[in-house]
Design a protein around this ligand. Structure first.
Ligand code: IMP
Length: 312
């Protein structure tokens, strides 16, 4: 939190910043703050800029270097303790900085404040229990929002003049479908199917647990999926839907785990290609949990094995 140092300028991609603290922090609280930012997928820079406050000729005699810069919200953050003697000095410097640089947004935060700030910008925080087992955020809530908006715009353009039916497969698609359909500026119908997942006991074939409510004969169908992994589920569904004679049939998936593909399936719209990792959140579950997280994350290494051992 020393404020008069020249720090390194390191713009960090949130996902890769986790667990690889290449930046040398002056204080533990700064490192903790950086970890919270990483967890929520917010990009940050550590001490990227020093603001001269007072000069004597060419010489800078007083300067201020805020701890963090958050490019997504164009805001500098200075972390503080609640020690009154330090606070008074910092407040004085901040007042000067705001006078000299009126366009620069700097926020002074103590620990309670910064959790509130994160909540205000829609990054959480979720309760510790709801994120037990979560390792790191792979796709953050703002990234999802941006991409869903782009997909909605593309679909709107491609289906102009038509009334498509968005078909979702329960339950993983719940969040994506709810957000995507509101980004499509066309008259659309929605319908849902539910299928059994593979079960070792009763044999490995896909069963339809809930069929479409309406006929899709002659309709433009857009199958909306949460994730395509091996492609076997999607392949089965496409065969099933094609037999119902839609005028057209396309696929929109939020996530594509391409590295795991066993069956080649056509994907018309893809939100994000992700690496070969099991992911949860934003509708996706592990043991029916985590669907309510606003972001997509990985599980802690060994978490599944631990849970399976406990269930025995
Ligand atoms: P596929 O048939 O192997 O492509 O699997 C597709 C289905 O498996 C998805 O609709 C999900 O329900 C589930 N699935 C695959 N990968 C994941 C994951 O990483 N997290 C949660 N569910 C997954």
């Amino acid at each position: 939190m020393a404020s008069d140092r020249n720090g390194e300028t390191t713009d960090r991609a949130p996902a890769e910043a986790v667990g690889t603290p290449a930046v040398r922090f002056a204080h533990e609280s700064e490192e903790e703050f950086a970890r919270i930012l990483d967890f929520y997928g917010i990009s940050w820079q550590y001490e990227p800029r020093t603001f001269p406050l007072r000069t004597d000729g060419d010489k800078v005699v007083e300067a201020f270097t805020p701890d963090f810069y958050l490019p997504d919200i164009d805001t500098y953050i200075e972390l503080t303790t609640l020690r009154q003697d330090l606070m008074t000095e910092k407040h004085r410097k901040l007042r000067t900085l705001r006078e000299i640089y009126p366009g620069v947004e700097v926020k002074l935060l103590n620990k309670r404040d910064y959790l509130r700030l994160l909540a205000k910008y829609g990054f959480g925080p979720p309760s510790p229990r709801s994120i037990e087992g979560v390792h790191r955020v792979l796709v953050s809530a703002p990234q999802i929002r941006r991409r869903v908006k782009e997909l909605g715009a593309q679909i709107t353009k491609d289906y102009a003049g038509r009334t498509p039916v968005l078909v979702g497969v329960l339950k993983g698609v719940a969040c994506f479908m709810a957000d995507l359909m509101r980004q499509v500026s066309l008259p659309v119908a929605i319908d849902f199917m539910a299928i059994s997942s593979f079960d070792n006991v009763n044999g490995g074939y896909v069963r339809i647990l809930k069929d479409l409510d309406e006929s899709i004969d002659g309709r433009d169908v857009l199958l909306v999926e949460d994730i395509v992994d091996t492609g076997m589920t999607l392949n089965h569904l496409l065969t099933y839907l094609r037999a119902r004679k839609p005028a057209s049939l396309k696929v929109c998936t939020l996530l594509d785990k391409r590295a795991r593909r066993l069956v080649d399936v056509p994907l018309d719209y893809v939100g994000f290609e992700i690496p070969d990792e099991f992911v949860i959140g934003y509708g996706l579950d592990y043991g029916q949990l985590y669907r309510n997280l606003g972001f997509i994350a990985t599980l802690k290494p060994g978490w599944m094995e631990e849970q399976a051992a406990q269930a025995k």
